[in-house]
Design a protein around this ligand. Structure first.
Ligand code: NAP
Ligand code: COA
Length: 267
């Protein structure tokens, strides 16, 4: 049962990159559950079609599969055109498409570093730029960039993703500055470790779950629905004055003293 009004996003049209899986599929599910029409972007057309059918069956909104690679600007122009034609508008963009893997900087190839920057940072720019040009510039709306907390300090074996998410956060603030006068809010959402996601499967070494959990002040990993709830808030009228912000949703995992929580007992 949602804490938000069931028709929170009625008459809204959203584009969610990375919406075929994991956290961003959860965000798309929440948008559809609150009445929105949602275009799902990713490279794997079959997975997108399955996700769109699943979410549309749940309703009351609808989801469409819009395959494409966020690194390809022309492809994103086609995706936005297709969504405008099918849904009649575009008001909300969620940039969630991302790539990551563990690799020491000394072994990472230049192309490996560039690939993650391209997907996360250039992809976020491409989709935002196209959406602004074709829809948001005239009608207003909001953009939500899915970030992380890797770059708040430094994260072992993730120089590529840390640099990419730092660029995403910078883009969030700069676009908020430039596009605010057009009535476009641009925010970020930085999840901590979220259970049952590809990100966790790739980045958490086997057997390390309990040790990592012990360092989180709330002593648990997040759930996809908790990130979706934060996304619903940020794209809704409840956040009408919020722009240029990056909301950390991580149970306190990235607080500077979080590691010492493992040494304490409750209270
Ligand atoms: P995920 O399921 O692997 O989501 C990534 C999505 O991006 C996939 O649906 C993938 O679809 C899409 N994608 C990748 N490259 C793309 C490209 N070039 N063009 C279009 N789509 C592309 O992973 P997740 O763990 O749910 O992560 C979702 C977001 O949350 C990411 O931004 C991630 O950085 C962020 N995050 C996750 C965690 C966590 O604990 N999981 C923590 C902090 C931040 P295709 O393969 O079909 O292209
Ligand atoms: N360790 C080190 N380097 C790696 C790597 C790994 N695990 N995986 C890929 N690379 C390097 C490749 O070797 C290649 O560099 P090279 O040309 O110098 O050899 C470069 O990265 C690009 O790899 P490629 O497989 O061609 O990229 P892609 O565009 O097909 O896929 C990835 C992008 C690599 C990010 C892929 O893992 C992906 O699609 N991820 C999406 C899902 C995801 O990461 N989810 C978690 C989100 S937090």
């Amino acid at each position: 049962m949602s804490v938000f009004s069931p028709d929170l996003l009625k008459d809204e049209v959203a584009l969610v990159t990375g919406g075929g899986s994991g956290i961003c599929k959860g965000i798309a599910r929440a948008f559809v559950a609150h009445g929105a029409q949602v275009g799902l972007v990713g490279r794997k057309a079959d997975r997108l079609e399955a996700a769109a059918a699943e979410l549309s069956a749940l309703g009351p909104g609808r989801a469409f599969a819009l395959p494409g690679d966020v690194r390809d600007y022309a492809a994103m122009e086609g995706v936005v055109d297709a969504l405008l034609e099918r849904a009649g508008g575009l008001h909300i963009v969620v940039n969630g498409a991302a790539g990551n893997f563990l690799c020491p900087s000394a072994q990472l190839s230049s192309n490996g570093f560039r690939t993650v920057l391209d997907i996360d940072a250039v992809g976020t720019f491409n989709v935002s730029r196209v959406a602004f040009d074709k829809a948001l510039r005239d009608g207003g709306g909001c953009i939500l960039n899915i970030s992380a907390t890797l770059h708040h300090g430094a994260t072992l074996l993730q120089a590529h993703a840390s640099a990419a998410k730092a660029a995403v956060d910078a883009t969030t603030r700069n676009m908020a500055l430039e596009w605010g006068p057009a009535g476009v809010r641009v925010n970020g959402l930085a999840p901590g470790p979220i259970a049952e996601t590809e990100g966790m499967a790739r980045l958490l070494p086997p057997g390390m779950g309990d040790r990592l959990r012990a360092t989180i002040p709330l002593r648990r990993f997040g759930r996809i629905e908790e990130i979706a709830n934060a996304a619903l808030f940020l794209v809704s009228g409840a956040a009408s004055l919020v722009t240029g912000a990056v909301l950390v949703v991580d149970g306190g995992a990235s607080l500077p003293q979080a590691m010492s929580v493992a040494l304490t007992s409750p209270g």
